[in-house]
Design a binder for this molecule. Structure first.
Ligand code: SF4
Length: 444
């Protein structure tokens, strides 16, 4: 029987020493990093759902992509090893691919980075999947079985999510899994300049609720009351939320997702969100001083945005406000204003990242045109915590040090405790949370 080994490179990458020391002690970052590191790699598990019955399959999370892991993978004598990586981890994936190929394996890489940089990826793997993987996966396996992998697989048309298989959650094993992932859409109807996820894999598509319901059933077989992270870029932005919320509510899950602030303006939606089991949403406020091209209707005055977020929190759903530091016009003054805004506000939590020009984004193309990308800061610097371009109103060193100062202010002990108290207050009003749920007592 031919075998396919799946090797995802999961989790945050925090590269630079000072940021590592600071970042890993940040109350706002540490739990999030831990949660992300343990998220199942949904893309590969979904492809495995399309494996022909005579194929066997194994799943190996690459927290340490070393010789020992290569030995484990090769014990399965795979006909092909499918790797997945984000930009910050792609160089690790390339190195691991070399280890495997030196042992005689054939490797394939897909996902956002490989789609944005297929020529580069081809230099490190036997095959590259550009765009959606599902339409080409059966052919890729058939070619691997014959030992005739093509260098490039590219779907002729965007994948219709009505044909999405139930991901092979069974490959995760029976060990504890803090969160499972479910995708209800692919892409986003908006087109923020810095965002690759919204465009690279094709146009925005929503998954029919019947498919979502099947995936939730599969997860409930593993955990009767699962904690979910919706692997969406902007849930509800392109569809009527009603049916999807009904399906999520019926799953008896607690879930976390990303939405844009307009969800708080839709009459009744915040209450329905909470009633469906949503406990936390991540919302991009992005910047107080710079509006990114492509934000479309997401662009609005701050008071209106904050009123919408208040409505979401008033229903019992905690909001993590996300801010991107380093857009054009960022100065010491604007970062001071941001720190004061966060300290005087009611957001239940905050995420701060440095603006990052990921490959394939309009932002990267613009900064490249303007000659502002820093040399010698390769993909491993695309961590969201490392600066990779020249800011327009500060020097590189000034922005790097101002970002650390901002992080110290925002994630200091008293500010973190203040937001922890807000979270607990918000969650006490969530109708689906039970007193025994950790949200009632935890600070994160
Ligand atoms: S709203 Fe979010 S997901 Fe959509 S394009 Fe903007 S950043 Fe990307």
């Amino acid at each position: 029987m031919p075998h396919v080994a799946l090797v995802p490179f999961t989790g945050f990458r925090v590269r630079e020493d000072e940021v590592l020391a600071l970042g890993m002690t940040l109350p706002g970052l540490k739990p999030r990093a831990a949660a992300v590191a343990q998220l199942p790699a949904l893309g590969l598990l979904t492809l495995a759902g399309l494996n022909p019955p005579h194929w066997t399959c194994s799943y190996h999370e690459a927290t340490r992509a070393d010789e020992a892991l290569a030995d484990v993978v090769m014990q399965h004598r795979p006909a092909v090893v499918a790797l997945s990586a984000l930009t910050a981890s792609v160089e690790e994936a390339y190195r691991f691919s070399a280890l495997l190929r030196a042992r005689g394996a054939r490797t394939v890489l897909g996902g956002l980075h490989a789609t944005a940089c297929p020529d580069e990826a081809r230099g490190y793997c036997d095959a590259v999947v550009i765009g959606d993987g599902e339409p080409v996966w059966p052919q890729l396996l058939a070619d691997a079985e014959r030992g005739e992998l093509r260098p490039v697989y590219r779907a002729a048309v965007p994948f219709d999510l009505a044909g999405a298989p139930v991901p092979r959650f069974d490959l995760l094993g029976r060990g504890p899994r803090p969160r499972f992932t479910v995708q209800t859409q692919r892409g986003c109807p908006l087109a923020c300049e810095f965002c690759g996820a919204s465009r690279l894999l094709g146009p925005y598509r929503s998954k029919p609720v019947a498919n979502v319901a099947r995936e939730l059933d599969a997860l409930r077989a593993l955990d009767p009351r699962p904690v979910l992270e919706l692997a969406d870029d902007n849930t509800f932005a392109g569809r009527d939320a009603g049916e999807l919320l009904d399906v999520l509510g019926a799953a008896d899950a607690r879930y976390f997702t990303e939405v844009d602030w307009r969800a708080g303006e839709v009459p009744g939606l915040p209450a329905k969100l909470a009633a469906s089991g949503c406990v936390q949403v991540l919302v991009g406020i992005e910047s107080l001083c710079f509006r990114h091209p492509g934000m479309g209707p997401k662009q609005a005055e701050l008071p209106r945005i904050m009123a919408a977020l208040e409505a979401i929190q008033g229903a019992g759903v905690a909001v993590i406000g996300c801010f991107i530091v380093g857009g054009d016009g960022e100065t010491h003054d604007s970062l001071d204003r941001l720190a004061e805004f966060i300290a005087s506000g009611t957001l239940a939590d905050v995420q701060l990242t440095l603006q990052t020009p990921f490959p394939g984004t309009a932002l990267r193309r613009r900064l490249e045109r303007e000659g502002r990308l820093l040399p010698n800061r390769g993909w491993s610097h695309c961590t969201l915590f490392d600066l990779t371009y020249r800011p327009d109103a500060m020097s590189v060193g000034e922005l790097e040090s101002a970002f650390r100062d901002l992080a110290r202010r925002v994630f200091g002990a008293s500010e973190s405790a203040r937001r922890g108290a807000i979270r607990r207050r918000v969650w006490q009003t969530n109708p689906r949370l039970r007193p025994c749920d950790p949200e009632h007592s935890a600070s994160s």
